[in-house]
Design a protein around this ligand. Structure first.
Ligand SMILES: NC(=O)c1ccc[n+]([C@@H]2O[C@H](COP(=O)([O-])OP(=O)(O)OC[C@H]3O[C@@H](n4cnc5c(N)ncnc54)[C@H](OP(=O)(O)O)[C@@H]3O)[C@@H](O)[C@H]2O)c1
Length: 372
């Protein structure tokens, strides 16, 4: 085996992570689940939304700033699965009836075989800038939390949060960079991801209560589990000229993932804190979604684009569905590259765990001190 655990081996959907009905190995794996996807109006986020719909997701929340892209995602999903409910939530609490968009057309990753399955509710939640605390707060209080009105707690918090929205504004070397553009990458990619994750966890606590299992009603309460899949990037560990703010934000996302999983994930880190006894457990993982030809990647030089943008968004999307499953629990807190073969990765579980791999570290540094 080379020094690397796994080599990139996929550029498109493959059977082990295929969410497409009727034959995909992950078909129906999201049955009954609700999923919130940020940045769902284009690129990788759109493919992720489609994949969860195909995998049987019951309710999807498509979140972003621009309504048109989110609506298009909804329409595309309607070409592959039956949409239920004819109300699309747009903006902050305003509801519009928009009619069922389901049809008999088939295409994209859902176009294979007979393909169609019944019943996915798809809600468009536009006008949400994830870098703005007030936008994130309003979204959660409008749709998931209790705002004190009789309409509070309309939906349980989503089972799965895919924190995919991101940007890459700054493209110059640091000395030549515009501070506002540079900081914008940090604000959207890091602060935005943090704000949504923090509010997601609070929504769980508000909805289900935060008592720990032992204290709650004789310890008989069942545990509630949430899952955060954060879209990171290989840029978090690989030098990409002119992308210092993007790289810093994605490296920080890997760290945020490790901390979130340590704090909320049931005690993988800091087991002395007793978090494993919490009624609500929220696991977190960071994902490199491959190199995909999207708007965000359009500012890369032409030669780089040709060389690295070689992956289909459906690869990241199917991998997200896989990462949402209990069998991927062993990857929580860590960084996963969707171009690896997930079945192969499962075979390396012991190595990953015993050698503490897939984490952001300083190469060559061995910490002999016990963990704090
Ligand atoms: N493409 C690649 O090769 C690649 C590689 C590694 C990682 N990634 C990551 O993949 C994720 C998706 O990017 P993509 O390549 O699919 O690009 P994309 O098509 O440009 O998608 C980015 C999405 O994020 C949303 N967004 C941006 N800023 C936002 C904000 N402030 N608040 C809410 N939503 C916001 C955008 O929608 P609105 O503008 O309507 O809000 C858009 O739908 C990003 O996190 C990116 O860093 C991509």
């Amino acid at each position: 085996m080379s020094s690397s655990l796994l080599q990139p081996s996929h550029h498109d959907l493959y059977p082990f992570i295929d969410p497409c009905p009727p034959c995909g190995q992950l078909a129906s794996s999201a049955k009954g689940k609700s999923v919130l996807i940020t940045g769902a109006g284009s690129g990788i986020g759109r493919a992720i939304a489609e994949a969860f719909a195909l995998a049987g997701g019951e309710r999807l929340f498509l979140v972003g700033r621009r309504e048109a892209g989110l609506r298009e995602t909804r329409e595309r999903i309607g070409e592959k699965v039956e949409l239920v409910g004819d109300v699309s939530v747009v903006g902050y609490g305003e509801e519009r009836r928009c009619g069922a968009l389901g049809g008999d057309r088939a295409g994209g990753i859902g176009g294979r075989g007979s393909g169609r399955r019944d019943g996915c509710e798809v809600l468009v939640v536009s006008g949400v800038d994830i870098s703005k605390g007030e936008d994130v707060e309003r979204m959660f209080t409008s749709y998931f939390g209790s705002d004190g009105s009789s309409e509070g707690k309309r939906f349980p918090p989503p089972d799965i949060l895919v924190s995919n929205a991101g940007t890459s504004c700054a493209t110059e070397n640091i000395a030549d960079s515009d501070p506002d553009m540079w900081w914008r990458d940090i604000e959207v990619n890091l602060k935005g991801t943090y704000l949504v994750a923090k509010r997601y966890i609070r929504a769980f606590r508000e909805y289900y209560g935060s008592t720990n299992v032992a204290e709650g009603q004789g310890g008989t309460q069942s545990k509630v589990e949430g899952r955060i899949i954060k879209v990171s990037s290989n840029a978090s560990w690989r030098y990409v000229p002119g992308r210092s703010s993007y790289a810093a934000s994605k490296l920080a996302i890997n760290s945020l993932t490790e901390y979130l999983d340590g704090e909320e994930g049931g005690g993988t880190v800091g087991s002395t804190t007793g978090h494993s006894r919490n009624k609500v457990t929220i696991r977190s993982v960071a994902l490199h979604p491959g190199g995909v030809n999207t708007d965000l990647a359009a500012t890369l030089p032409e030669t780089v684009r040709k060389r690295i943008l070689i992956d289909k968004p459906e690869l990241a999307a199917g991998t997200c569905v896989y990462l949402s499953l209990p069998r991927a629990d062993f990857l929580m807190g860590w960084f996963v590259n969707c171009t690896w073969d997930m079945e192969e990765l499962e075979k390396h579980r012991e190595t990953v765990e015993s050698q503490d791999l897939l984490k952001s570290k300083v190469v060559g540094m061995f910490d002999t001190l016990p963990a704090p």
